[in-house]
Ligand binder design. Sequence first.
Ligand SMILES: Nc1ncnc2c1ncn2[C@@H]1O[C@H](COP(=O)(O)OS(=O)(=O)O)[C@@H](OP(=O)(O)O)[C@H]1O
Ligand SMILES: Nc1ncnc2c1ncn2[C@@H]1O[C@H](COP(=O)(O)OP(=O)(O)O)[C@@H](O)[C@H]1O
Length: 202
Amino acid sequence: MSTNIVWHECSVDRLERQRLLQQKGCVIWITGLSGSGKSTLACALSRALHSRGNLTYVLDGDNVRHGLNRDLSFRAEDRAENIRRIGEVAKLFSDSGIICIASLISPYRKDRDACRAMLSEGNFIEVFMDIPLEVCEERDPKGLYKLARAGKIRGFTGIDDPYEPPLNCEVVLQQTGGDYASPSDMAETVISYLEEKGYLKA
Ligand SMILES: Nc1ncnc2c1ncn2[C@@H]1O[C@H](COP(=O)(O)OS(=O)(=O)O)[C@@H](OP(=O)(O)O)[C@H]1O
Ligand SMILES: Nc1ncnc2c1ncn2[C@@H]1O[C@H](COP(=O)(O)OP(=O)(O)O)[C@@H](O)[C@H]1O
């Protein structure tokens, strides 16, 4: 525990950074099962916003586990710590004025809500990839569901570990008609939300 520490204020503040970037910093938190399309959406969204002149940064669970979170496993306490750390880093990015896109399973509602509580009202935009387990399992791009079904991976989300869907999130992406929206259509849905809420201007 850190004790005897005092916050040091800097004269260059969030508003000035946002004015420089002509946008508002925020966190877009993409949650969903493995294979639901979180990373694909994160990259499509980052690309689409970048093309419009908006500065973004993607924090992908898989990628952050290669460095900052390499010491964490997939048991509940370690997932909670993974989410907490990514939440704290995302908060710093949003304070810098950047649109931070965090894409990680983040299976527990309590952990996601704790990240929401770190940010000011409105600055945590939760996006739920509402894709059924059967579809994710059918996609299985890394072959992990197959390993989990064979008992070669224990505690795999959706198979023998829980996923708690959001109850009240800002954006839900799901099947429309008989088909799934393309990643770029999904990115446009999120961008429309950001535009409507005024994040894409200072
Ligand atoms: N046991 C278990 N359960 C779920 N996922 C597993 C597991 N073991 C490894 N993987 C791979 O790790 C990726 C998920 O990492 P995250 O940091 O997003 O997970 S979490 O938010 O801490 O739950 C996840 O990546 P995505 O498929 O992109 O979601 C998997 O490739
Ligand atoms: N909107 C989509 N429609 C159809 N397939 C998709 C869509 N988004 C992603 N995919 C495919 O689903 C698989 C999993 O996507 P990925 O982004 O890696 O998911 P996650 O990060 O949630 O594990 C990949 O093979 C990807 O090409």
